[in-house]
Design a protein around this ligand. Structure first.
Ligand code: SAH
Ligand code: SF4
Ligand code: F3S
Length: 448
């Protein structure tokens, strides 16, 4: 069959879609050039906010309605919303053919066969304690790749649905990760992003295969720091990124590993969520405002050029104007390069959903706008200071807006647009002198 996968949500989902694509190809199916010509369409769904679910449900509704004009079209759903709703999803989208949980991607070819045989309402939801299989997948064209190292999440921040839909933490064996990345590097990948919801917890729950009792030559013993080192040393890997981080994981060893391994990019995505101690406590984030700022201070002391980005939630239950101002001032004090700002959305079954969602929608919107405007100014100022500097850029290919120019990312994860050299190949590391800065993009020229 010709298949197409439509992905919502975070990088975990992007990576899972790549895996499913590889699984389907191994089962003899092929990728459709567009959704219009596909006869199997899978929606990879996200549950993190109500809006994310509305989008996926809306898309599924449209696809199922299209079945009337496209006989034989099979529509399935995977990802976090499929896991959360389980069989109930067939009540919301009756013409849906199958729903598969977050740890059962390998079951999809079998479900497709059942759907082809005329079965409907096929549902395999995961037992979230089961050890997932994480198939290797890479399309062989991009020079960057995501690699999941830690599945699940057990932090249980009070507002978050992820632990309920992604399940228990499972760290993949280091040898498996290294083998996957070695194969990616042989296929032309130069940059990998190691993925986990709280990636620095890698190896803390289930032991990973490398020896962490004996310090290595840099004195590293912590599993995540050791993994970073192992990945950075894989031949062909020029850059290593990882996300998402948590202040508790910003240990001296991690900072030392980041500083001493030239392949590890100078960027950390460190969600703060709030700047108010009262709200951080209600969110069960496990750090205080001072603890958060201490982590950013230690990072910057060791790596003055590090870029720090964050996630923030506005309008958590009980958030007052004064709590909100604390968030504003924390963002200023931390000097974020970029920030993703979300309006609080109660998620069924989470502890915070039992609290009254008492910040009115209009007020959430206002707080969201204020933080975005602050961040635009801050981001523009920070980027302005980069004019005149030389940034190392991984050249990815022609820019989307203007194909005569190329784009790539700096070590600090900023998009850099530049005039290419005729001999330039995707995956090359080049030096670009920044000549102009916009809030989200740097422009520059190649330094030869
Ligand atoms: N594991 C990552 C975050 C995954 S979800 C981490 O902890 O860093 C991505 C972001 O969505 C979170 O950082 C948070 O800012 C936001 N988010 C999660 N649940 C939310 C909710 N119920 N309402 C609004 N935003 C939420
Ligand atoms: Fe959700 Fe917290 Fe886990 Fe992130 S660390 S996925 S916010 S529970
Ligand atoms: Fe969404 Fe699931 Fe990621 S809920 S943010 S797709 S882990």
């Amino acid at each position: 069959m010709l298949f197409s996968i439509h992905t919502y949500g975070c990088q975990m989902n992007v990576r899972d879609s790549e895996s499913v694509s590889a699984i389907l190809q191994a089962a003899g199916h092929s990728q459709a050039a567009s959704e219009a010509e596909a006869d199997l369409i899978i929606v990879n769904s996200c549950s993190v906010r109500g809006k994310a679910e509305d989008k996926a449900l809306g898309k599924l509704g449209l696809l199922c309605a299209a079945k009337r004009d496209r006989p034989g079209l099979i529509v399935g759903v995977m990802g976090c919303m499929a896991q959360r709703l389980g069989p109930e999803i067939f009540k919301r989208v009756p013409a849906l053919d199958f729903a598969v949980g977050t740890r059962r991607c390998g079951a999809i070819p079998r479900m497709v066969r059942r759907a082809l045989a005329g079965e409907t309402g096929i549902c395999e939801i995961s037992d979230l304690l089961e050890t997932p299989d994480v198939p290797d997948a890479h399309d062989g064209t991009a020079c960057t790749a995501f690699v999941t190292i830690l599945l699940g999440c057990e932090r249980r921040c009070s507002y978050c649905i992820v632990p309920d839909v992604r399940g228990a933490e499972y760290s993949r064996p280091a040898a498996e990760i290294v083998a996957e990345i070695t194969a990616l590097a042989r296929g032309g990948v130069r940059e990998v992003t190691l993925l986990g919801q709280s990636v620095m917890r890698y190896g803390l729950k289930n032991p990973v295969s490398h020896d962490t009792d004996t310090p290595d030559r840099h004195g590293l013993t912590e599993p995540f720091a050791r993994l970073l080192e192992a990945v950075a040393n894989i031949p062909g890997i020029a850059r290593v990124r990882f996300t998402s981080s948590h202040p508790s994981g910003c240990t001296d060893q991690l900072i030392q590993a980041m500083r001493s391994l030239p392949q590890v990019c100078r960027h950390l995505h460190l969600p703060c969520q709030s700047g108010s101690d009262r709200i951080l406590k209600a969110m069960r984030r496990g750090y205080t405002r001072a603890g958060y700022l201490d982590a950013t201070r230690r990072l910057r002391e060791a790596m003055p050029d590090i870029a720090v980005t964050t996630d923030v939630i506005v309008g958590f239950p009980g958030e007052t104007e004064s709590d909100f101002q604390d968030t504003r001032s924390l963002m200023e004090a931390a000097g974020f390069d970029n920030a993703f700002i979300f309006k609080y959305s109660p998620r069924p079954g989470t502890p915070a959903a039992a609290l009254p969602d008492d910040v009115p929608a209009a007020e959430k919107m206002r707080r969201n706008r204020v933080l975005l405007a602050d961040q635009d100014l801050r981001g523009a100022l920070i980027n302005q200071r980069l004019v005149g500097t030389v940034q190392e850029v991984l050249a990815e290919g022609p820019s989307l807006r203007n194909a005569s120019r190329w784009s790539g990312r700096s070590s600090g994860n900023k998009i850099v647009v530049f005039e290419p050299d005729p001999a330039l190949e995707p995956g090359a590391l080049v030096n670009v002198r920044v000549t102009r800065a916009a809030p989200q993009t740097l422009y520059g020229e190649l330094v030869l």
